[in-house]
Design a protein around this ligand. Sequence first.
Ligand code: VNL
Length: 178
Amino acid sequence: MSDFKQLHIQALVEANWETPDWQRLEPTWEGNWLLERHSMTERLKAHCDTLTVDVLGLHEIERGALSESERALLGDETCMVREVVLSGDDTAWLCARTLVPMSTLTEQEKDIAELGAVPLGHRVFNQANARRDAIEVAHLTIDGAVLLARRSRLWVNEKPMLVSELFLPHAPIYQEEG
Ligand code: VNL
């Protein structure tokens, strides 16, 4: 496993997720990013010419290996894990880990296991009934820097998946505009 993956994905797995303080966060620049209910892909795209996805990993995780909170949000089920890095104009901005229960990867959603370099948000939010809930936030310390992260549940055709996203140091969430 690469050092980057080991460090960043492991930090997401071990994060201490907390309910956001909506009142405090909502009026802020970073809060606007963290609490985004629509597509993060679209939001990131607005800040670069080219958004690229690199798949770091794609594997299965047994239900017994899920954390208690993951089980509570998704159900007690084997999941597919998709790990990616998103870059805006070749600068790494976001590291993401998504858990997709096997019962979500059925019928119309079978393709979600085979997205490759297509951003998940592009696939999910093309669907009219997509929605996001259970947004949580965390601060993760990596290489001495405190980085922002969030976890949220996405629904497609009433089937859930759980997305954890870590904003890397050069991400636009840290670059408030006038
Ligand atoms: C993915 C995950 C894409 C989280 C994202 O969109 C994201 C992906 C920017 O796995 O493709 O926020």
